[in-house]
Design a protein around this ligand. Sequence first.
Ligand code: CA
Length: 228
Amino acid sequence: MKLLLTEDEVLLSAAIAKGLRKRGYAVDCAYDGEEALELYSINEYDLMILDLNLPKIDGLEVLRRIREQDSVLRILILSARSSVPDKIAGLDGGSNDYLTKPFDFAELEARIRALLRQEFYMKDVNLYCGSLRIDTAARRVYWKDTPVELANKEYSILEYLMSNQGKVISPEELIEHVWDSERDPFSNSFRFHISSLRKKLSAVSGTDSLILTLRGQGYRMADEGALL
Ligand code: CA
């Protein structure tokens, strides 16, 4: 999942980005409102964290301009403005959530997860594909009851595919949602991660067909029925 973090305090931004990357999110950082709109216009994000007191263009104005054209992007306001009228302005302006500073990182993360579940219409923190289950809160993967140890990127690829079950995901889309924009992976690094993910899944499940390759199109999780 790729997030756009808009925060002008450099140290705070670095700390949040570091924490989120550790949890496997791809994170792009914008340091003022103008940069946020620019990054938004060229990349595809699953969620945006938006500060309100921002240089150049105020956060509420950034929110307004995005909502003029986009009602889907999840936007979480993270602001020191903590009065009730401020919160009302943010939520009425179209943000999906509002968290005030100072905040607890674990709470920020839980709210991000909740918003992403809404985006992908997930009922709970678990995603299933046959006997494969991922717990998106703990970032753990299980085949039946056996834990599957995955590297960060492998997990992120699997989570994105399972959040989009039934859909064919192109390599470009996977890269877009799993890697930061500035750290574009070489295509062979991408292939390396997909193939090591597959090896680990087939070692534990005994099947090679959990992740299907559709020639010239991309990847898709297997149908539940095909795994029974
Ligand atoms: Ca600020």
